[in-house]
Design a protein. Structure first.
Length: 380
C-alpha cells in the first residue's frame, strides 16, 4: 500500500490533516443474531481500510480510492440523500450523511482511501470503509462519540443511505475490537467485553478461507431472513427472538408456521453457542471452540440455509484434513469460512481445501491465517 499522506498530497495538492485505519472482521460465532438482540463474538482482522482526510470549508466532499476507478467522486454535502451516491463511495458518503442527520455540524472533506480488506468476501469491507470515515470525522470535528456511537452511526449509514438492513456487528467489530481479543457483544443492550484469544500461546491458528463466491447482502435474501425472524418474534409476543430461551424453544416452535421454525431454532441455539464459546475462551480452553464452530455451520446450512456448496465444501474439507472445527462466517451466500487449526496443521488444511476446490471445479480459494487485530484508530 502506498504512503497515504504522499498519495493524498499528489491527488489533492495539500497534506492531509490525519490518517486513520478501520479493520475488517471475522465473526467467531453468533451469526444472524445481531438483528435479533442476541450475542456475537467477532474479532478484527489485520486488513483494514485506511483514509487520509482533510476537511474542506466549502461543503464539498471528495473521495478517491486506490481500489476504485481512478476517478475522484465529488458531491456537495447538502445534496447527500439516500441513493444519491453510486458505487463504493456510498459507504463513506453515507456516514457523513448519517452524522449530519444526527445533528452533527460537519461539512465536506477531501478523502483518499485505500483498503486491503477483500471485498465481497464476508469480511466487512464496507463496514471498514464506513468506520474509517466515522472515526476520522469524530477526531477532526471533536465530536466526542464513543466506539459504540460511531458504530451505530455507521450502521445507520448502511441501513438508511445504502439500503442494506444489516445489524451492527460488523461496525461494532471495526470500531471496538482490541488486539489479541474477540469482542463479546450483547446486541440487546450493547454491553460488551473483550475476551482474550491466546491462539498462538495455545499452538492454534485461525485459517480464513475466502471461497471467492461473492457475497452480497443487498440482494434481498438477507432482508427476507431478517423479516422472518421479526415475524416469528411478533407471533410469539416477544420483542426479539433473543428473549426466547433454549428451554422455551420446543414450545415456541409448536406455535409457529413451519417455514419460520428453522430460523428460530438457529437463532436460539446460536445464542447458546456464543455463550458456550465465551465460557471456553474465558477458561483458556480454545480448542473446545472447534466443535462449536462446526455445529454453528450445520445450523446455518440446515436451519438458516445461508451456506452454499463452496462454503460447505470448505468446511468439510478443512475438518477432514484435521481442523478442530470450521464454519462460514458473516452473512452467508458465499464469502469466507473460518477454520480453527493446530499450528502444525495450518498448511495441510489450507492445501486440502484448495485441492478439494480444484477437484470440484471451483475457483482457487484465497487463504490466510488471521490474528485478532486492533479496532479503528488514528495512524498519524
Ligand atoms: C452481515 C451483517 C451483520 C450480521 C451478519 C450475520 O455481516 O452485516 O450485521 O447480521 O451478516 O451474522
Amino acid at each position: 500500500m502506498s504512503d497515504l499522506s504522499a498519495a493524498f498530497e499528489a491527488t489533492y495538492g495539500a497534506a492531509p490533516a490525519g490518517v486513520w485505519a478501520a479493520p475488517g472482521r471475522v465473526n467467531l460465532i453468533g451469526e444472524h443474531t445481531d438483528y435479533n438482540g442476541g450475542f456475537v463474538l467477532p474479532m478484527a482482522i489485520p486488513y483494514a481500510a485506511r483514509a487520509a482526510v482533510r476537511p474542506r470549508t466549502d461543503g464539498v466532499l471528495r473521495f478517491f480510492s486506490e481500489q476504485g476507478d481512478g476517478e475522484v467522486t465529488s458531491v456537495a454535502v447538502d445534496s447527500l440523500a439516500p441513493g444519491s451516491v453510486p458505487g463504493w463511495a456510498q459507504y463513506p458518503a453515507g456516514v457523513v450523511w448519517a452524522l449530519r442527520e444526527a445533528g452533527h455540524d460537519v461539512g465536506g472533506a477531501d478523502v483518499y482511501l485505500s483498503s486491503d480488506v477483500p471485498g465481497g468476501a464476508g469480511l466487512s469491507s464496507s463496514a471498514a470503509l464506513e468506520c474509517v470515515i466515522a472515526i476520522a470525522y469524530r477526531d477532526l470535528h471533536g465530536l466526542g462519540l464513543d466506539a459504540t456511537e460511531l458504530a451505530l452511526l455507521a450502521q445507520r449509514a448502511e441501513n438508511a443511505f445504502v439500503g442494506v438492513p444489516c445489524g451492527m456487528m460488523d461496525q461494532m467489530a471495526s470500531t471496538s475490537c482490541e488486539e489479541g481479543a474477540a469482542l463479546f457483544l450483547d446486541t440487546r443492550d450493547m454491553s460488551s467485553r473483550q475476551v482474550p484469544l491466546e491462539l498462538v500461546g495455545q499452538g492454534l491458528r485461525l485459517l480464513v478461507i475466502d471461497t471467492r463466491v461473492k457475497h452480497d447482502l443487498g440482494d434481498g435474501a438477507y432482508a427476507e431472513l431478517r423479516a422472518g425472524c421479526e415475524r416469528a418474534a411478533a407471533l410469539l409476543g416477544l420483542a426479539a427472538l433473543r428473549e426466547l430461551s433454549l428451554d422455551g424453544l420446543p414450545g415456541a416452535l409448536d406455535q409457529l408456521p413451519a417455514e419460520l421454525r428453522p430460523l428460530v431454532h438457529h437463532v436460539v441455539t446460536e445464542n447458546r453457542r456464543v455463550e458456550r464459546a465465551v465460557e471456553h475462551l474465558t477458561a483458556g480452553e480454545l480448542a473446545e471452540l472447534g466443535p462449536i464452530l462446526t455445529a454453528g455451520h450445520a445450523s446455518l446450512r440446515d436451519d438458516y440455509r445461508v451456506s452454499c456448496p463452496e462454503t460447505d465444501l470448505a468446511v468439510s474439507a478443512a475438518v477432514e484434513a484435521g481442523a478442530l472445527g470450521a464454519r462460514m462466517t458473516g452473512g452467508g451466500f458465499g464469502g469466507s469460512v473460518l477454520a480453527l487449526v493446530r499450528a502444525e496443521a495450518l498448511e495441510q488444511v489450507a492445501a486440502a481445501v484448495t485441492t478439494a476446490f480444484t477437484a470440484a471445479g471451483y475457483a482457487e480459494p484465497r487463504t490466510f491465517a488471521a490474528t485478532p487485530a486492533a479496532g479503528a484508530h488514528r495512524i498519524s
